[in-house]
Design a protein around this ligand. Structure first.
Ligand SMILES: Nc1ncnc2c1ncn2[C@@H]1O[C@H](COP(=O)(O)OP(=O)(O)O)[C@@H](O)[C@H]1O
Ligand SMILES: [Mg+2]
Length: 379
């Protein structure tokens, strides 16, 4: 058993894997909670995330369910496994840019962009000949990102999941992270990572990096900007599409994640917006950086942590109560601090059953919305 006088044990992903490994003989006390799911990597490794979402879409289509919003991944292949498929696709649209990323790295490490097959052939011949075959993902590069002030940016959005079965999901704060250099899809700039990668860990080495604002905007500012430049309806739709994307991504691993009741996880989603305001899922991080680049950033992240703890263990709950069985024993999800309920599967099921009952009684009626409209988010 893990020694801890406190219900929360801050564990790295490696420690969590050790705790839940059958050979270690460790187990958590009823009143202990940890901040990762044992096999969180199903969602947070780039290759597994892609596999799970592709499978989920296939299954949903087979069952005749709507996958609106789930189609959020740029065309992606795993290397070396899908090399022949990738080559076929590459030849179908030869003038495109592709981004190569190690499946299990972070902070922009090992990433490069290509537009010729020869580049990947040269790279792979040395690499995949040996035994140490690190998996890469290769994705269509989003060549038309939404630009603000001529700069590319992406979104980091925090999502808290306190149970996968039933799914209990909260949407937290987030921010936009800007590149320092003006965007260009010119092939002469293909190796310039200050243009293409929005990671703070990359951008902070640029001589134009501003450590006052850290190259970040909060989501409310982005919303205001979009409302004034693209209009209210298009902005609402974009945020609602983001909600759909987030929920589908979690559903894609609902039956895969080991839903241990001691676990919760605050994920850092990386999303890109293109010029048509379509959101694209880039990756999901298990341990999003809590480093602050400015005072505002520090305040936001401090609040985020406080809100996470308030949700996972509300004041009203006594963790030593024998009835305490993790998140599902704390009643329906509730908006808390800066987090709003994104999906509460048990509440949805109840709502749907009530709506069905009303429909039966009235002989007519509207079908229940899957979940509340997202327009209240980030306002
Ligand atoms: N398909 C893509 N199209 C355009 N830009 C991308 C794409 N994938 C990633 N990027 C850019 O590269 C950055 C790093 O990619 P990401 O998958 O988040 O890897 P890392 O784990 O290294 O952060 C992203 O934040 C984004 O700016
Ligand atoms: Mg990233």
């Amino acid at each position: 058993m893990l020694p801890s006088p406190h219900p929360f044990s801050r564990c790295t992903v490696a420690t969590v894997r050790q705790i839940f490994h059958p050979d270690t003989g460790q187990r958590l006390a009823d009143n202990q909670m940890v901040c990762h799911y044992p096999n969180h990597y199903e969602l947070t490794r780039k290759d597994l995330m892609v596999k799970n979402i592709k499978r989920y879409i296939r299954d949903q289509v087979k069952e005749g369910n709507s996958v609106e919003g789930a189609d959020c991944l740029p065309v992606t292949y795993l290397l070396p496994a899908d090399y022949s498929l990738f080559v076929e696709e590459f030849r179908r649209s030869p003038n495109c840019m592709w981004i190569m990323k190690p499946a299990n790295a972070a902070q922009g490490r090992g990433i490069f962009i290509i537009n010729k097959l020869a580049q990947i052939k040269k790279w792979s011949s040395g690499r995949f000949a040996g035994r140490d075959q690190e998996t890469y993902v290769v994705s269509r590069y989003i060549e038309n990102p939404l630009l603000i002030g001529g700069k590319k940016f992406d979104l980091r959005i925090y999502v808290l999941i306190t149970s996968f079965r039933p799914l209990r999901m909260y949407l937290g704060d987030g921010f936009a992270r800007f590149c320092n250099a003006n965007y260009s899809s010119d092939l002469a700039d293909i190796d310039n990572m200050y243009i293409h990668l929005t990671n703070v860990s990359v951008q902070k080495h640029n001589e134009d990096y501003n450590d006052q604002h850290g190259g970040k905007w909060n989501i409310q500012n982005l919303r205001l900007y979009l409302e004034s430049t693209r209009g209210l309806a298009a902005t609402e739709k974009m945020f609602s599409d983001i909600d759909d994307l987030l929920v589908h991504s979690a559903k894609s691993v609902q039956n895969v994640i080991i839903n241990d009741r001691h676990c919760f996880e605050c994920y850092g989603y990386d999303l890109l917006l293109d010029d048509d305001l379509k959101p694209w899922l880039v990756e999901i991080n298990a341990s999003p950086s809590m480093n602050a680049t400015s005072q505002g950033d520090r305040e936001m992240k401090t609040k985020l942590m406080k809100d996470v703890f308030d949700i996972v263990l509300p004041d009203s709950v006594n963790v030593n109560d024998p009835d305490f069985k993790g998140a599902t024993s704390t009643g329906p999800c509730r908006d808390t601090g800066d987090f709003v309920v994104l999906y509460d599967e048990a509440a949805e099921a109840e709502r749907a059953a009530r709506a069905e009952e009303m429909k039966q009684n009235a002989g007519r009626g509207r079908s229940a919305r899957e979940r509340p409209a997202s327009s209240k988010l980030w306002k």
